[in-house]
Ligand binder design. Sequence first.
Ligand code: 5AD
Length: 359
Amino acid sequence: MIDIEKFQHSDCIPDRQEIIELLSLKSPVDIERLRYSAEQLLLRLRGKEVYFRGLIEFSNVCSCDCYYCGIRGSNTDVFRYTLSKDQIVQSAAWCAQQGYGSIVLQSGERSDVAFADFVEQCIREIKDKTISRQIPEGLGITLSCGEQTAQVYQRWFDAGAHRYLLRIESSTPELFAALHPPVQKLQPRIEALRTLKKIGYMVGTGVMIGLPGQTIENLADDILFYRAIDADMIGMGPYIVHNATPLAHFKDEIAAQSEMIFKLSQKMIAVTRLTLKNVNIAASTALQAMKEDGRETGLTFGANVIMPQVTPVEVRKNYLLYEGKPCLDENAEQCRTCLALRVAAVGRTIAYNCWGDRG
Ligand code: 5AD
C-alpha cells in the first residue's frame, strides 16, 4: 500500500510509478487521504488564499481545427465575434474595481499581424488604465491566445503581459495526433512553451482528462511533463463532448464514464499538487460543467486559482468549447458573488488586489 502522506513533504516527489498508483486509487478512504494530503500541502505552502483571474473570452475566431473543440475553425454553426478594444478594456477595468488583481485574455488562435497589433494595444491600454493605489503595477495580465512566433510573444510581454496559458492537451505524441489535424503538431507547441519561459513569462499548461483512448500512464506522463518544463501554473479539466465536433461519436462512451472522469480530474489536481508542490493550479470551469460544486471541490483537492467569468453576457454563448458550459446567463457581478460564496463554503478566502504569482 502506497504511503500517500509522505508526499506532503516538499522534498518528497512521487516518481512515475507512484504517480500512476496515486491516480489509480479507487476506494473512498484512499481518495480522501490523497485529497487531504494535497490540501494540507497547499495550505502549508500557500495558505487558504484563492486567487481570482477575471476571464475575458475576447474572440472566438480561430484558425485551428482541434477535433474536441466547439469553436474549431470549421464549425460553421458558430457566430464569430471579436470584442472591441473598448469592451475589453472596460471588462478589465471592472475586474480592477472588484479587486480581482489579475485577468486572463483568452481567444481562439489567429496569427495575422492585425491580431498581434490589436492584442498589444489592449494590453497597453489595460495596463495604463488599471494602475491604482491598490494595484500599483496595474492588473496582472495573462494571455491565452495560442501558438505565436517568439517575436509576437516578446511584443506582448514588452507591452505588459506577464503570464501565458498554453495547454499541451496531451503530452503523449500518439494521443495528441489523434486529437488534432496533421498540421497542428505537438513539438512546436512544446517549443512555444519553452520560448515563453525564456522570454520571462510565468507559463501555464495543462491537459484534458478523460479523452478517448487516454490512459492513466498518459496522465502520469503529463504530470511529469509539467515538471520537466517547470510550469508555473496548471489548468486541467475533464474532457466534455461538444456535439458539432469530430469526437462527438464518442459521446455515449464518455457519458458512461462521466463519474470516473470527474473523480480522475480531482485526483489529477491532487497528484499534480503533490508532485509540483508550489505552483498555481486552477479549478477549471469544466469541472463545474460536470457537477454543480465541481470547482469548489477542485479547491479542496489542492487547486488555488479560479477564473470568474467576465466575458460580456451577450457573446458568452458563442464561446462554447463544450456542451453544458455553466454561467452563461449570469453577469460578471453575479459570477463574483456566486464564486465568493463557493470559495467560503470550502473554508477558503479570496486574495483581492494582488497578482498572486507562483509562490
Ligand atoms: N472539453 C473540455 N475542455 C476543452 N477545451 C477545448 N475543448 C474542450 C472540451 N470539449 C479546453 C482545451 C483548451 C482550453 C481553452 O479549453 O484544453 O486548451
